[in-house]
Design a binder for this molecule. Structure first.
Ligand SMILES: *Cc1c(COP(=O)(O)O)cnc(C)c1O
Length: 228
């Protein structure tokens, strides 16, 4: 089932890229495996996926120890400073940096491991309910500048979550806001490559708006039960 789902998602990425004049190789599919067992990650890896997303520090740590295949882990959830030490052991990317305090902890822990941690800043791109993410340009600049000056952090780009709505124009606006923000920062020399945006319900819109990292869970692994 997983392999079939991956094929469907990859076909949709390809056709949407073709329509939008984009190259599918510029897009990383991050399979969001949260709540699903390691066995399903292995199955997706066998079907050709390398990038996996988790939103809980403990769960990512457990799976990264259990899975010996060379998968790349993306931490996409809200991150508390006391969990950084754990997350940084396995994270290829941390998508959810939203304060100088958190970035400073990442810098400190990455330096101890002699690692350069790739991060994205989580941005609130709509006035919706979402609790996390940087809002004003001053806030974003402050955290971005801290990351740029940190020897053990590589600032790769921005991440956002679109609001939960059926209104496509609202979702699209949220994604285009993030793209424009990246363009604005790059005009000032930040050299950001990545836009992490788009989930199961909206990844095709995200492709049209310039996403380079799609975080897709349900369309690959099926629905989640939160009983575990
Ligand atoms: C769970 C999650 C996703 C994936 O959601 P789906 O709707 O299952 O594709 C993407 N991004 C974040 C931050 C998530 O927590």
């Amino acid at each position: 089932m997983i392999e079939k789902n991956i094929n469907i998602v990859e076909e949709r990425i390809k056709s949407r890229c073709a329509a939008a004049g984009r190259n599918p190789s510029d897009i990383t599919l991050v399979a969001v495996s949260k709540t699903h067992p390691a066995e399903m990650v292995r199955e997706a890896f066998s079907a050709g996926l390398i990038h996996f997303g988790e939103n809980k520090a403990q769960e990512m740590d457990a799976k990264s120890l259990e899975i010996k295949e060379s998968v790349l882990w993306h931490f996409i959830g809200h991150l508390q400073t006391n969990k950084v030490k754990n997350v940084i052991k396995s994270a290829e990317y941390i998508h959810s940096v939203e304060s100088v305090k958190l970035a400073a902890e990442i810098e400190k822990r990455a330096a101890k491991l002699d690692k350069v941690q790739k991060v994205l800043l989580e941005i609130k791109t709509s006035s919706e309910e979402s609790k996390f993410g940087l809002e004003t340009e001053d806030q974003i600049k402050e955290v971005a500048d801290f990351c740029m000056e940190s020897g053990n952090i590589q600032l790769s780009g921005f991440m956002t979550m679109a609001p939960f709505t059926d209104d496509e124009s609202v979702i699209r606006k949220s994604f285009s806001n993030l793209r424009e923000l990246k363009e604005k920062f790059n005009a000032r020399g930040y050299g950001l490559d990545e836009l992490s945006m788009g989930m199961t319900s909206d990844y095709e819109i995200a492709i049209e708006e310039g996403s380079t990292m799609l975080r897709v869970g349900t369309a690959i692994f099926g629905s989640r039960s939160y009983t575990i």
